[in-house]
Design a protein around this ligand. Structure first.
Ligand code: ZN
Ligand code: ZN
Length: 362
């Protein structure tokens, strides 16, 4: 079958036509025909050979971790899924170690050993192929009405996990607090979907991103009622004034310098959530003493979050339905273009512009 694969030894990325077609190997597995695969910065890291690895003993990795597919065959003991159903797979699989409480409790996103695998990223083939096989426990059924947007489920799960943690963190305050004010840093798909999730959770949300208006990301942000401010036009001091005391910063830019600057805008008892992994390793000068003083005197929290669990995928699918109802056509428009598998490398490494690019099969 056709697949997009990366060969780390020969430093190649290409479409292969002879990838072995996966078959059911247990009664709890499901065979899925791939419909769409989203590409993102993680794919760029992999094809630049800075991240990820093929499965043990193999010389290539099939790419793709943000997928939507259609069930074609189910194992004998699979319940709740049948041929024709739409599904979205989770990405990370637990490590094998008994001592890892996180993995043993079904939260490999909190794995402590680092020996987890991730489909399309770390030692497990991904979904950018005509078919894939997956354990039913790692699949989420997608309502038919979400066919056009469900490929965005995985990037939305990052915000869902962050919001779930945020709700728990707010319990540290001895009184109950409403949603408050949020700033989203970075207007890529993770930032825009995060802004929508924050709005849905009731936060008064502002987008803070690099490029000046007009641009597609600003249009997408303001189209759902999130004011867009460019960091080239509005310095952090002014952001603080315009956005008011910031209760939450949701960082989705992967730019360390910008992130630490915006940390200065965080208000009293606020939470700063990092989700981006910086691509560039730029040196960073910090006023450490002032920053620590700010954190201490304001009871601030700084939180990193990666990947997502079962509950976050379920929440993302539910929210996509709400987003569609609340902002008709807006979620669809986050998908800039759909491409054949042959375009994978070109889209990931080039300046394709727009917001989200998706590979389609069949
Ligand atoms: Zn991704
Ligand atoms: Zn683990």
């Amino acid at each position: 079958m056709k697949a997009v694969a990366v060969f780390p030894k020969s430093r190649e990325v290409r479409v292969i036509d002879d990838a072995p077609e996966p078959r059911l190997r247990s009664p709890t597995q499901v065979r899925v025909r791939t419909l769409e695969v989203g590409v993102c910065g993680t794919d760029k890291e992999i094809i630049d050979f800075r991240h990820g690895a093929p499965p043990e003993g193999e010389d290539f990795l099939i790419l793709g971790h943000e997928a939507l597919g259609e069930v074609v065959e189910v194992g004998a003991s699979v319940q709740g899924l049948k041929a024709g159903d739409l599904v979205v797979p989770r990405v990370r699989r637990p490590c094998p170690h008994e001592r890892c409480e996180a993995c043993r409790h079904g939260y490999p996103d909190f794995c402590v050993t680092g020996d987890y695998t991730e489909r399309g990223i770390q030692k497990a083939h991904g979904f950018c192929a005509e078919f894939f096989v997956e354990e039913v426990a790692y699949l989420h059924r997608v309502p038919a009405g979400l066919r056009e947007v469900a490929v965005l489920t995985e990037p939305l799960t990052i915000a869902e996990k962050a919001l779930r943690e945020l709700e728990r963190l707010k319990e540290r305050l001895p009184w109950s607090t409403g949603p408050g004010r949020a700033v989203v840093l970075g207007s890529g798909p993770v930032g825009l979907l995060g802004a929508m999730a924050l709005l849905r959770a009731g936060y008064r949300t502002t987008m803070y991103s690099r490029s000046p208006k007009p641009n597609a990301k600003a249009e997408a942000s303001e189209g759902v009622g999130v004011p867009y401010l460019s960091s080239k036009e509005v310095p952090v001091e002014e952001l603080r004034k315009l956005a008011g005391p910031v209760d939450v910063v949701y960082e989705a830019a992967g730019a360390s310098k910008a992130a630490f600057e915006v940390l200065r805008a965080l208000g009293p008892n606020g939470v700063f959530i990092f989700t981006g992994v910086p691509g560039r390793k730029e040196p960073l000068e910090l006023e450490g003493a002032a920053l620590l003083k700010q954190l201490v005197l304001n009871n601030q929290l700084v939180l990193g979050t990666v990947n997502a669990s079962d509950a976050d995928f379920a929440a993302a699918l539910e929210d996509l339905g709400h987003f569609q109802a609340r902002w008709p056509g807006r979620v669809e428009r986050l998908i800039t273009a759909r491409h054949p598998p042959e375009d994978f490398q070109k889209i990931v490494s080039g300046k394709a512009g727009g917001i989200k690019h998706v590979i389609t099969f069949g």
